[in-house]
Design a protein around this ligand. Structure first.
Ligand SMILES: [Zn+2]
Ligand SMILES: [Zn+2]
Length: 350
């Protein structure tokens, strides 16, 4: 066991505060790492404030983690001390169900083990995430980080990156395809960069004219102000795929109407209140599909990191010390971040 400095919420209304935890000694298949950077995901805030009603307190959030290996268990073959590694939303799963057998651990039929607020399958302990100086994770759920990328900018790829990469791949974003990205936040800005690198024609939908310039800088070929009906009408029946990253409750019909016959719109934002059901005829008449997607499996997450290495893609970030996390949460609620906060864990080691 080793003492690790962390930040935790002790109940749903408490601000995050310093909290020491004990990390287990590496088991045979474990990788122990010094955490370098951890991205700040909206799920962290939801869970710190128990907005999904399933938080076990104290909770140490953080599932966009980049670290440096400090020790490995006796049976570890994939990693050695000094390696730059990543950990995302999952640290284990049952490894035997149909989904796990297909490398889709995020859909584990027996429930995946979350990087925080999960229950370790071996010792029954509650898992603690990356708002901490040290982490111990099974090598099967540890990712290799390309060494040509800025490690701080890589951190958000472990959740925001894979959450957008997986559906873009699943629904065939690539050359000759017209792809829409709805919303330009932490997820949306990754969606724009990835879809562009995959070779698709990328159209960003936003309600804010102030985001037009930035969307183009990030890689969008076109930007549509979605509250302007004339602009929307110009794109009727023209999209192969739309990735909708908006978490706020909204009318899905105006976007479904932009899909071609057999086109799909996939939702990845987690809304506090469900969107109203779309009009059924908007789906029936053109055999359109409305889908959802959850992060990505471990193999696909490695594929995404390698793809980002090849294309030089990282997240646009603002680095903060751990001590500024509560302020960062308030700013995140106001969408006052371009486009992801990343905690520098050196701030907790000093
Ligand atoms: Zn996340
Ligand atoms: Zn499983």
């Amino acid at each position: 066991m080793s003492t690790t400095y962390a930040y935790a919420a002790t109940d749903a209304t408490a601000p995050l505060a310093p909290f020491d935890i004990q990390r287990r000694a590496p088991r045979a298949h474990d990788v122990q790492m010094e955490v370098l950077f951890c991205g700040v995901c909206h799920s962290d805030l939801h869970q710190a404030r128990n907005e999904w009603q399933n938080t076990v307190f104290p909770v140490v959030p953080g599932h966009e983690i980049v670290g440096r290996v400090t020790a490995v268990g006796s049976n570890v073959t994939k990693f050695k001390p000094g390696d730059l590694v990543g950990v995302g939303c999952l640290v284990d799963s049952c490894r035997t169900c149909a989904s796990c057998a297909e490398g889709l651990e995020q859909y584990c039929e027996n429930g995946f083990v979350g990087t925080y607020n999960g229950v370790d399958r071996v010792d029954g302990q509650i898992t603690y995430g990356g708002y901490s100086t040290q982490l111990v994770v099974d090598e099967a759920f540890t990712l290799r980080v390309p060494d040509n990328l800025d490690p701080a900018g890589v951190a958000p790829l472990l959740c925001a990156g894979i959450t957008t990469y997986s559906p873009l791949r699943t629904w065939g974003a690539g050359p000759g395809k017209k792809v829409g990205i709805v919303g330009l936040g932490g997820l949306g800005h990754m969606g724009v960069k990835l879809a562009r690198a995959m070779g698709a024609h990328v159209v960003l939908f936003t309600t804010s004219p102030s985001k037009i310039e930035d969307a183009k800088r990030l890689g969008a070929h076109e930007v549509v102000i979605s509250k302007n009906p004339q602009e929307m009408e110009a794109h009727l029946n023209s999209f192969d795929f739309i990735l909708n990253t908006v978490a706020a409750q909204h009318d899905l019909n105006p976007f479904l109407n932009l899909l071609k016959r057999d086109g799909t719109m996939t939702l990845v934002g987690a809304p506090e209140h469900d969107h109203p059901s779309p009009q059924v005829f908007n789906l029936i008449l053109k055999r359109r599909r409305l889908a959802g997607s959850l992060i990505g499996g471990i193999a696909e997450t490695q594929e995404m990191l390698d793809f980002c290495g090849q294309h030089g893609i990282t997240s646009d970030i603002e680095i903060i010390p751990m001590q500024k996390i509560n302020e960062a949460y308030e700013r995140m609620l106001r969408s006052d971040v371009k486009y992801r906060f990343v905690i520098d864990l050196d701030s907790l080691r000093k």
